[in-house]
Design a protein around this ligand. Structure first.
Ligand code: NAD
Ligand code: DAU
Length: 351
């Protein structure tokens, strides 16, 4: 029986991942360590909270004593580090917490894992630390080409720079100590349980409330969208079969301009929910500072080595996603109570 320490498991991708592996495996144990910041929500885990193979611990990945005590109390086999401050716009407003959680938190986890797993001559067998990273560490593309695992790191925002710093520390633990690690770098995810500060759930929520739909700049920036379950599948494959020390890019060749995404959502809601929702709601606003123009992943390595491929076509995934938010209005109300309105007003008032 393998024991996973999953950090940030109450967030968007972490909660999808926990549900994915608990469905797939009958013989695993999960410890979910999450601070429950504004982005973490235990409602995301309602479907698994009574599962006897699942344990939740509220706490900070920067808390060395707490993290070490988890390694003492459980024989952890895999660490999957999702915990992070994850929103680019927030990193532009307040960069410090990104360095704390994303960089110092990562080192705290690496040190605790190293201490628990290191033998006199190498590491205990079957252990692995997986760092969940992002394509944003590679910077921005022009009109052509793709990010490969050998594309130089050239991050721009405080968020992506903190993720790049963390990646380099993880790499250092492999290069220096031969600690068993992998790094995955994925493109933009979408799907259930995504906090509505990110483009897709924000636009869905605003459509349902007939609020303006903020589009940064000219709306022509491009992101490479992947349904969250396909990301979960890739992480599972890398944990089990990824070659030690390797980086794997994850993406499904699914590029769209932001304005295409917004119009797709508007059309679906217009046709299926409320015909008063239409493109007149779109509001072009001031551009994001340092806005990366285009992301595009070359996933050949993970396809070739591990046989991964994305199963969900964007046309299906976006419908499933909109339908999920339509059927989970209570979830949306809950996560947008509290400080969400304050953030929203601060973020969008001057644009
Ligand atoms: P999220 O913001 O939805 O969730 C982050 C989770 O981490 C939350 O539950 C939060 O409470 C927790 N957390 C934050 N600080 C913590 C701390 N100090 N200690 C413990 N827990 C803490 O993020 P997400 O979108 O699910 O992203 C998860 C990971 O995947 C991140 O590392 C992100 O960089 C990476 N990633 C995200 C995407 C994407 O499109 N969302 C794409 C590629 C990679
Ligand atoms: O590429 C992977 C990254 O994708 C992850 O590492 C990040 O954690 C995740 O947040 C995401 O970053 P982006 O900045 O690409 O995602 P976001 O949803 O914030 O924005 C997507 C695009 O939409 C981006 O070009 C900015 C634009 N945008 C965003 C918002 C919130 C708008 O035009 N209007 C908006 O209101």
């Amino acid at each position: 029986m393998k024991t996973y320490l999953i950090t940030g498991g109450a967030g968007f991708i972490g909660s999808n991942f926990i549900q994915y592996i608990l469905k797939k495996y009958k013989d695993i144990k999960i410890i979910n360590l999450d601070k429950l910041t504004y982005a973490g929500n235990l409602e995301n885990l309602k479907l698994v909270e009574d599962n006897s193979y699942y344990t939740f611990i509220q706490g900070d990945i920067c808390n060395k004593q707490l993290v070490e005590s988890i390694f003492s109390n459980y024989d952890i086999d895999y660490v999957v580090n999702f915990a992070a401050e994850s929103h680019v716009d927030r990193s532009i407003l307040e960069p410090e917490v990104f360095v704390k959680t994303n960089v110092l938190g990562t080192i705290t986890l690496l040190n605790a894992a190293k201490k628990a797993w290191e033998l006199e001559n190498g590491f205990k067998k079957g252990k692995k630390y997986l760092q969940v990273s992002t394509d944003e560490v590679y910077g921005s593309l022009g009109a052509t080409g793709y990010f490969t695992e050998t594309t130089p790191i050239d991050s721009h925002s405080p968020y992506s720079s903190s993720k790049a710093s963390a990646d380099l520390m993880v790499k250092a633990y492999f290069d220096t100590y031969k600690m068993p690690i992998n790094i995955t770098r994925c493109s933009n995810n979408y799907g259930p349980y995504q906090f509505p500060e990110k483009l897709i759930p924000l636009i869905i929520n605003n459509c349902l409330n007939k609020k303006p739909l903020p589009v940064y700049g000219d709306g022509m920036n491009i992101r490479d969208w992947l349904y969250v379950e396909d990301h979960c599948k890739a992480i599972d494959m890398v944990i089990n079969n990824g070659r030690l020390g390797e980086v794997y890019n994850i993406g499904g060749h699914n590029e769209r301009t932001n304005i295409q995404i917004v119009k797709t959502i508007v059309k679906y809601i217009h046709d299926n929910v409320d015909e008063k929702v239409n493109e007149n709601l779109i509001k072009y606003v001031e551009d994001r500072k340092g806005h990366d123009k285009r992301y595009g992943i070359d996933p050949s390595k993970i396809k070739k080595e591990l046989g991964w491929y994305p199963e969900t076509k964007f046309e299906d995934g976006i419908k499933m996603t909109i339908e999920w938010y339509l059927h989970n209005k209570q979830w949306m109300n809950s996560v947008t109570s509290g400080d969400y309105q304050k953030y929203y007003e601060k973020m969008y008032k001057t644009k």
